[in-house]
Design a protein around this ligand. Structure first.
Ligand code: RM4
Ligand code: MN
Ligand code: MN
Length: 425
């Protein structure tokens, strides 16, 4: 099922209401000195990768309720990303997870991606599960394992993932490790960390010259006592040990409650070491909920630092943006549409912050004014700007309404059947 511009224009119908909203908001912003066209263009240029594992229903430890019409293979998954991109014009990339989504027919996969305007962003390895046919088990760790043969197998897997990515045009490898311990005394912290550093350096050493390495961190789960790469500091240290093209990746759900993620972002960007970003939202742990569904103001504050860093830290690379959410009870595509909208909304609001006025208020120690500036931007309803950015690219006025009125899920069920199950967690 491919959505054409005509399908979407039909679903959009009359644009008069939008035009009136856009006119009103843009006049107000122009009066405030905002370059509205430039802002709309920035929003339109912001592309977020969809992970191949997020297109089916996610499970929990207690069960998994699959969703009808799930993509049954990689080609269908890319087709789903194409639907998201056609509607939103902001999901022009896919992030594959190997071996869940190892291509069997590269030419076919590339052709479907091309047809849908999708590129291959960061590619993810998986040494947190055992795969059929592998000699050694990762039950007691992979890159951190005390057994050299197991570490070698995990390093070889990462090298293989890079070779797969090279065939698709990807330029970035993301490593997330489950390695850690569930009980005190189970393993030496120091040895686990130094083995991990050695393994990461081996992987980095085999990377093509135009590739980068992203190192993700997470404080706990699946291990409940310790995780080897537990926080941004550990990831930063490993990235520095590897070299210039190794960076830290921040996943919003991978922090202990109440961590100041915006400050982590600012610190890493000032050092030129923030390479990737995984969006989701959470209440308690790595909940992988829809972006902006729980803490939208925190997301806005994080975007404030990202926007500042993108403008002021030329030493920091372009970031690999990805949604890393799981959809246990919603239609995965509708959930992703909600996440994409929330990301753009937070980004557009952060772009509205008057950085000069904020700096002046900071230098005057005018704490009240600083808060007024941030909250003034946050309270602006920027949705007409997002609509404008989408419409300029041929996208939907309201992606979820269009998805429903075009009966996309019904179409997918018709093509794939009710009981397909996507690979992933
Ligand atoms: C992890 C982490 C990784 C993702 C896996 C599926 O918690 O967020 O980024 O690859 O889940
Ligand atoms: Mn992640
Ligand atoms: Mn996670």
């Amino acid at each position: 099922m491919q959505l054409t511009k005509q399908h979407i224009a039909d679903a959009n119908g009359n644009l008069k209401g939008h035009q009136a909203d856009y006119y009103y908001l843009s006049q107000k912003l122009i009066d405030q000195g905002v370059d509205v066209d430039a802002l709309v263009q920035k929003v339109a240029d912001f592309q977020v990768a969809i992970p191949s594992w997020a297109l089916g229903a996610g499970g929990t430890r207690f069960g998994r309720f699959s969703f009808h019409g799930e993509p049954g293979n990689l080609e269908q998954k890319i087709g789903d990303v194409g639907i998201l991109h056609a509607l939103t014009q902001t999901a022009g990339a896919v992030s594959l997870h190997i071996p869940w989504d190892t291509p069997t027919d590269y030419a076919a996969v590339k052709q479907i991606a091309d047809q849908n305007g999708i590129v291959f962003d960061a590619i993810n390895s998986n040494t947190f599960q055992d795969q059929p046919g592998t000699k050694h088990s990762y039950k007691h760790g992979s890159l951190a394992n005390s057994d050299e043969a197991i570490r070698a197998q995990a390093v070889a897997h990462n090298n293989e993932v890079v070779r797969i990515g090279e065939k698709l045009g990807s330029k970035t490898l993301t490593i997330w490790l489950a390695d850690g311990t569930s009980f005190p005394g189970q393993r030496s912290f120091q040895k686990a960390l130094s083995q991990t550093e050695k393994s990461c350096k081996e992987i980095y050493g085999e990377l093509p010259q135009d590739w980068s390495l992203l190192i993700e961190y997470k404080p706990y789960e699946p291990n409940f006592y310790s995780t080897v790469i537990m926080d941004w500091g550990t990831s930063f240290m490993l990235a520095n040990a590897c070299g210039d093209r190794a960076y830290t990746l921040v996943d919003l759900g991978h922090h202990l409650p109440n961590s100041n993620i915006e400050q982590v972002v600012a610190t890493l960007m000032s050092k030129g070491k923030l390479g990737g970003f995984h969006f989701n939202d959470s209440k308690y742990g790595d909940d992988d909920l829809t972006v902006g569904s729980i803490k939208p103001y925190a997301l806005f504050l994080i975007f404030n630092e990202l926007v500042y860093g993108m403008a002021n830290n030329p030493q920091n690379p372009d970031l690999a943006w990805m949604i890393d959410a799981s959809h246990n009870i919603k239609d995965p595509l509708e959930d992703l549409l909600q996440s994409l909208e929330a990301i753009q909304e937070a980004y557009a609001k952060a772009l509205l912050i008057d950085q000069k006025a904020l700096e002046a208020a900071q230098l005057n120690h005018d704490v009240v004014k600083c808060q007024e500036i941030l909250q003034g931007a946050y309270r602006t309803d920027v949705r007409p700007l997002l609509q404008k950015a989408r419409l300029n690219g041929g996208g939907a006025l309201n992606p979820i309404e269009a998805y429903r009125s075009l009966k996309v899920r019904e179409g997918l069920i018709g093509e794939r059947g009710k009981h397909t199950v996507a690979t992933g967690l």
